[in-house]
Ligand binder design. Structure first.
Ligand code: F6P
Length: 474
């Protein structure tokens, strides 16, 4: 950062206060100062390196517009590094209006909301939304996902692991509860693999995810049994909602969990909530969902290819030219595993989608810079929709921050208190710790963990499986 811009206090975030880069010993500060500019640099770098391919895909007009986008991203990086105030977003889409409204509200609290003085959630979400704006304002690159290269690499890097999990899933086991809890934990550790924390690098550590038993000690709060109690009593006609996080290995573990729930008839419908714009590098978009399924199949299977074409024709969001092209591009790139287990699973999953047993849900709310306690003020319909579910599963760190109000709670604060009134239905959170916010721990757990590992809150080495059964409908 420009030395003239040294801001804030040389402190950790005080208790019960919103996370903010204003506290220079916080992960928010590290993120704004180091991680966010790096993410922009890397994105620019990939755009420059893949320029010719981009032009091939999006047409000759993209040549000039790509320069404009790169210019905008460089400017954004400069604004972060020099702590410029946030400006209003350009456009009239629903989410843009909400961002601009939120900025006005914040301006009444801080004179010029900016990266270091604002709530961390605002700073970080604003950066990703501004990145999206740079593409949105072009004609030719409007639909482009700048993180696609990283997503593809991450998926390819995790294939061996996926094959192993796929084979595990297809094996029958006597004890459903044990099977479920094992899948829940695999799913939890799958959240370690997000690209915004590893800067797009797929770590070899993922290999260790198989060593589930060894990792039990790293689960600081484990409500698996409570979740099982809800799941195993679910009436056949009821819904389970999964608010997705990252694509790649994590999405695969989500699909495996959902497969278990449907195949064993613990529910009849699963709704997957995806993001509507490229988000925190690796968050799942609709196209990533389908791309993942297509990758799990072999291109040598003509029956399946026909099936996938059917989807392109019937699913509205694939009507968009670019997405369709994108989809066929990925099909042509199929370098998939020859593993029969994966092929079986993906065929089954396409059938679930076809029969609407699984649905993909798009809502712009998920990429607003607000917490979930604020959902009723921004999108009450979404709150009501979530209330239809028997259980809502929230995946990952960013969802955790939004669930628990982006505040530095005392670690022993109850989950219910930290949810601050957000109870659309019974909910659970599966999250590896990548930010300095935590609640719902038993007395002493935080201290013991901190003594073992000073940076326990941010490495992703620890996780929580937390549950709340309070329901408050509106
Ligand atoms: O993909 P996840 O689990 O939401 O993690 C991403 C999050 O982790 C962080 O890298 C740290 O909180 C954020 O920048 C982001 O909130």
């Amino acid at each position: 950062m420009d030395p003239k811009c040294v801001v804030g206090l040389d402190l950790r975030t005080p208790l019960n206060v919103s996370l903010s880069a204003f506290y220079r010993r916080s992960f928010a500060f590290h993120t704004v100062q180091k991680r966010m500019p790096v993410i922009l640099t890397q994105t620019i770098d990939i755009l420059v390196r893949t320029k010719e391919n981009i032009i091939k895909t999006y047409g000759e007009d993209a040549r000039e517009e790509l320069k404009t986008v790169i210019g905008e991203l460089s400017k954004l990086k400069y604004e972060i590094q020099t702590n410029k105030p946030f400006r209003k977003l350009i456009g009239d889409k629903w989410d843009i209006r909400q961002y601009n409204k939120y900025l006005e509200v914040q301006s009444a609290i801080i004179e010029y909301p900016n990266y270091y003085d604002s709530i961390w959630l605002h700073s970080e979400c604003y950066m990703y939304r501004r990145m999206r704006e740079a593409f949105e304002l072009t004609n030719s690159l409007n639909e482009m996902d700048p993180f696609e290269t990283q997503k593809t690499q991450s998926f390819n890097g995790a294939k061996a692991l996926m094959e192993r999990l796929g084979n595990y899933l297809l094996k029958k086991d006597g004890d459903k509860k044990l099977e479920f809890i094992r899948l829940l934990k695999l799913n939890l550790w799958g959240n370690k693999c997000d690209l915004s924390i590893t800067n797009g690098v797929v770590s070899d550590e993922m290999e260790q995810l198989n060593e589930l038993e060894d990792l039990n000690a790293n689960i600081l709060c484990d409500h698996s049994q409570d979740i099982w109690n809800v799941v195993s009593k679910i009436d056949k006609s009821e819904i389970i909602d999964i608010v997705l996080d990252n694509t790649g290995y994590e999405l695969y573990t989500d699909l495996c969990l959902a497969d278990f729930l449907i195949t064993n008839k613990y529910t009849t419908k699963i709704r997957f909530y995806v993001k509507t714009i490229p988000w925190f590098i690796s968050d799942v978009l609709t196209k990533d969902f389908y791309w993942t399924l297509s990758q799990l199949n072999t291109s040598n299977d003509p029956a399946l290819r026909t099936k996938i074409r059917f989807y392109v024709k019937t699913i509205p969001w694939f009507i968009s030219d670019v997405l369709t092209k994108d989809f066929y591009w990925t099909l042509s790139q199929l370098n998939t595993s020859n593993d029969p287990a994966l092929r079986n699973l993906s065929r089954r999953w396409l059938n679930y989608l076809d029969a609407k047993i699984w649905t993909i849900e798009e809502h712009d709310f998920w990429t607003l810079p607000v917490t979930y306690a604020e959902m009723t003020s921004y999108d009450v319909e979404l709150y009501r929709k979530l209330s239809e579910a028997k259980l809502i599963v929230f995946k990952g760190d960013l969802n955790y921050r939004k669930l628990f109000g982006e505040k530095n709670w005392s670690p022993e604060t109850s989950i219910e208190e930290a949810l601050q009134g957000f109870h659309p239905s019974r909910l659970c959170s599966l999250r590896t710790l990548k930010a300095d916010i935590i609640c719902g721990l038993k007395e002493g757990v935080a201290e013991i963990t901190e003594a073992k590992s000073e940076d326990w809150l941010v490495t992703g080495n620890y996780g929580v499986i937390q549950f709340c059964d309070k329901v408050l409908t509106v």
